[in-house]
Design a protein around this ligand. Sequence first.
Ligand code: NAP
Length: 347
Amino acid sequence: MSQNQAAWLQEKGTALKVGDAPMPTPGPDEMIVENRAIAINPLDWHMQDHGIFVKEWPAILGCDVAGQVYEVGANVTRFEKGDRVVGHTINLVTGKSQDAAFALFSVIPAAKAASLPDKISFVEGAVLPLALETAVTGLSLQKAGTGMMGIPTPALGLPYPPLEPEAQSKIIVVCYGGSSSVGSMATQLATAGGLNVVAIASSRNFELCRTCGASEVYDHADGSLVEKIVKTVRAQGGSFAGIFDAISIPSTYAHDLEILAKLGGGHLACTHPPPENVPDNVKAGMVFGVNDVADAVWETYVTPALESGKLRCLPQPSVVGKGLEYIQEALEKSKAGVSASKLVVEL
Ligand SMILES: NC(=O)c1ccc[n+]([C@@H]2O[C@H](COP(=O)([O-])OP(=O)(O)OC[C@H]3O[C@@H](n4cnc5c(N)ncnc54)[C@H](OP(=O)(O)O)[C@@H]3O)[C@@H](O)[C@H]2O)c1
């Protein structure tokens, strides 16, 4: 019998400490993954600092795992022991420590996992899960509705990404924060869905945004940003769906609202609570990055799209170290800020 270990958070505002952990048990629709790489999200240090979403102490944090299937629940047919997978741990919703990433073994719902092609390393694969699910939810690649925890899915109402190339749809979406983990994934998925993405990022990261599929990229520090975006959207001649704001802070909201005002309104998908007092022609909503609208993407899109190269593991991973004890350092690096990079710890 293997021994599990985890990076434990004893109480909010303290450093993680590595120690023994119970071996998890999967429910019928879940599986245990022996983690080989985990990725860090800003949410992790928010949870560490403030104890938000934690329902059971001591707690284990983390959303993104890549590794090998160790055990499957009774109803799981898509995976078997030994499979290489990438998956989304959802302790955010369940509140259970065993459903978190910062451990040697984690439980994930089989519906939130995909096989990892051999050509893609665990380190690369680990960059995908929360960003992918947040992007799918924010783009609402299937349909608007109510996702987990009863949180409404903001409806940019965009098409599901096809595996075969399709004609450009003439729908334009602006992605604010195109070099962020969520924004680069949103750009990739929207482009795969045939949309025309206009991205906003620092000029040093324009190339990443273009690699993800953006047709045009503008610098968020450009004093003429709003005018340039509006002019570009108008010049494209398609129908403007709205803005996916992956950053969602006051300065980005100020730009968003100016752009939306000049373009006659549209959707505003936010990664944090949306701005207050939005005009009637703006439909704003906060994305919650654990949402069953993403399950079909996990089940049918991720693996073949990774195989074909249509979906890429971006932004590039940056490995902080090997072993659970490096997670605390990785959290501190994430909190200090990253640019076009995803911090990963190998296990
Ligand atoms: N609601 C949810 O379910 C959910 C899920 C996931 C993430 N989030 C939140 O979404 C946000 C993005 O997450 P992430 O993992 O994608 O972050 P990330 O990859 O760590 O974001 C880093 C990027 O942010 C950009 N950035 C930083 N300050 C900026 C500013 N003032 N204006 C424009 N861009 C700025 C940088 O772009 P440049 O270097 O190009 O300037 C950098 O590449 C975080 O706040 C996170 O907590 C929410």
